[in-house]
Write a protein that binds this ligand. Structure first.
Ligand code: ARG
Length: 632
């Protein structure tokens, strides 16, 4: 409802600007929503007078006055009581009674759909979400991805888009050749059966360690001439053997494929158990292997060569040159100034002598040994999403560590002619531990399992200690929901770009601004509604009965759809998380000040308001994947 008023204000302002005779576009940022408590400012305000005054060399106050007059003259929208000018800003003040009536009526009629949008032209969005590598445990980095992307995709779907969630598993590449090699040499069926991921992780670490060690000795040998040949041979044996196994896998060799499938299936089974616990789901699990095995890799490599977007290096590798001026600093591939010509690359190679020294970045799609790489599979994924899904957007929820990579990928995709699909890297900040950065290789990680167990334990203690009306048989189920609320809320509450130092005690703490705080506010609303004889009809509400505290709550309820709009625009769920916390605070002060059930006046009105608040909590928490509780 505030959204509708805002749109009308923008329209009115447009008319006013034209009316006064200024030539200035009024875009959607021209009217902003302000805090409710600042009376001077009004609930909506516009700073467009400053831009116009700067253009025209006029005084912003005078411009604001002119525009306010013109706007007033044409009539203000329903729900706006007045317009004032303060310090050059045009301020619009809500008519609180109309706001109260409209907000309650809208929430009542839309119910669970409040905040959602229907579109005649939904975007078809295919998104990479979660996307862990197989054969390794899920850690808190994956947790952030999985929870953030789940919430975000819920929001995009709620805003009327057609969303396909693809768990783009990392299940192909040289590392699986290494793993096959290591398994064949040192693997232990029994250990694999008991805990496949732990065993594969051990083998992976062992391979990496030996490789690192041999590399060091090799360097030493090269310097001193000692053991040179022996070490080189030993290292080549392992590295080449890994490569050979991956080549066999790519060729479809039976033994390689069979073992790899075992690794993959065992990993997926473990991942699924965790996803089920988190309550998240995917539409697709294509994974990198799909593109390799179904011929999509070959197709894009051929296409890139045929269309002369990619070139072959002297060692037989194939790459797409990315020139330095093709990077858009903001990382926006739409603005990248793409130049597909290979002549420029050839000249650069001539000048530098080698591909590696040339002044472009080579985006490899085939290695010298003929195998494909990560980037090949990503280009193949775009081809697939465009040709099979007719995707309007292909978006990637992936940590900011891969920023540079995605910039290159997107430029490469533009060169390949994928122009009609919007490519978006929805990056999020890295998670490190208090003791330093996380590393699966070095064994320094916190797993999702550890986080969930710790959170549940903490929640159970609290429920046992403080839970009201909680029956003994329900403790576990309630503790599980509270634990998930803690973990999920914590993962989306900070802006997605922010790096996080993950401290497990902090993450499972129930103190302060947490998901359970919002859950608890909802439970309180339910209990008020439960103790009342019934909730009156919205039509029977007298909007003049509300006081300032009520108005503040109503205003926050009215903001909800605008918060979702902001999440949609920023591809972030943090604004929703913060909004729900605000709403919980506002609802708590409403409840403390007004004592709804034994209020002397407006008790009926406040029941309707409490009911509407419970609805908004349910809708918002639902999008974050957090369940509400009747008792806690
Ligand atoms: N599996 C990758 C990793 O763990 C992330 C995949 C992201 N998606 C993509 N299309 N590249 O780093």
């Amino acid at each position: 409802m505030l959204g509708a008023i805002r749109r009308e204000l923008l329209e009115g302002l447009r008319v006013a600007v034209a009316d006064v005779g200024y030539d200035r576009e009024v875009d959607s940022s021209a009217v902003e929503l302000e805090d409710f408590d600042d009376e001077e400012k009004g609930e909506f305000s516009s700073a467009i007078s400053f831009a116009i005054a700067a253009d025209a060399g006029a005084n912003p106050m005078a411009v604001a006055e002119e525009l306010a007059d013109a706007h007033r003259g044409h009539g203000l929208p329903t729900g706006i009581a007045s317009v004032t000018v303060v310090n050059g800003h045009i301020n619009y003040h809500l008519d609180v009674e109309t706001m109260a009536r409209l907000t309650l009526a809208t929430i009542d009629s839309e119910g669970a759909g409040y905040g959602s949008r229907e579109r005649t032209d939904p975007e078809r969005i295919v998104a990479d979400v979660s996307s862990p590598n197989i054969a390794k445990p899920l850690h808190v980095g994956h947790l952030r991805n999985t929870i953030l992307s789940d919430a975000l995709m819920n929001v995009l779907a709620e805003r009327g888009h057609d969303v396909t969630r693809d768990n783009h598993l990392g299940d192909w590449g040289t590392q699986f050749g290494n793993l096959l090699h290591e398994y064949v040499e040192f693997g232990d069926e029994a250990a694999f059966e008991t805990d496949p991921i732990a065993h594969l992780l051990e083998l992976y670490q062992q391979f990496e360690q030996r490789d690192g060690l041999l590399e060091d000795v090799e360097e030493f040998g090269a310097l001193t001439g000692e053991f040179e040949a022996a070490v080189a041979e030993e290292r080549a044996y392992h590295v080449d053997d890994g490569k050979e196994w991956f080549a066999r896998l790519e060729r479809g060799d039976e033994e390689a494929v069979e073992r790899w499938e075992q690794f993959r299936e065992a990993s997926i089974e473990r991942f699924e158990a965790i996803y089920a616990e988190l309550g998240v789901d995917f539409d697709l699990w294509l994974g990198e292997s799909f593109y390799a095995r179904e011929g999509w890799n070959d197709l894009v490599v051929e296409k890139a060569l045929n269309e002369e977007v990619a070139m072959r290096g002297p060692d037989g590798s194939v790459f797409i040159p990315i020139y330095p001026d093709e990077y858009d600093d903001a990382g926006d591939p739409e603005k990248a100034n793409v130049d597909a010509s290979l002549d420029r690359a050839r000249r650069m190679i001539d000048e530098a002598g080698t591909v590696d020294d040339a002044e472009f970045d080579a985006f490899y799609i085939v290695k010298s040994d003929g195998s494909t790489v990560y980037g090949t599979r990503d280009l193949a994924t775009i081809e697939y999403r465009v040709s099979e899904f007719d995707a309007d957007q292909s978006v990637y929820v992936v940590a900011s560590e891969q920023n540079r990579y995605f910039q290159q990928l997107f430029v490469a995709a533009r060169k390949m002619g994928y122009d009609d699909v919007r490519l978006e890297h929805i990056d999020y900040g890295m998670i490190s531990l208090p003791e330093g950065s996380m590393s699966t290789r070095g064994g320094q990680i916190v797993t999702v399992r550890e986080v969930l167990d710790a959170a549940r334990e903490r929640a159970r203690d609290i429920v046992e200690e403080k839970g009201r009306n909680v029956e003994a048989g329900e403790v576990d189920a309630i503790a599980r929901k509270i634990a998930l609320a803690t973990v999920k809320y914590g993962m989306v509450a900070s802006n997605r770009g922010k790096d996080i130092t993950f401290d497990i005690d902090e993450a499972v703490s129930l103190e302060g601004d947490t998901g359970p705080y919002v859950q608890y506010a909802t439970t309180r609303a339910y209990s008020i509604l439960d103790s009342a004889p019934g909730v009156p009809a919205v039509d029977d509400v007298d909007p003049s009965a509300f006081n300032d505290t009520d108005h503040n709550l109503l205003y926050h309820l009215g903001r909800y759809p605008l918060v979702l709009e902001r999440c949609e625009k920023r591809y972030d769920a943090a604004p929703l998380a913060r909004y729900l916390l605000d709403l919980a605070h506002v609802f708590n002060s409403f409840y403390h000040k007004n004592r709804v059930l034994d209020a002397e006046s407006a008790a009926e009105e406040r029941l309707v308001l409490t009911d509407a608040t419970a609805q908004v909590f349910e809708n918002g928490l639902g999008l974050l994947g957090i369940e509400t509780l009747a008792e806690m």
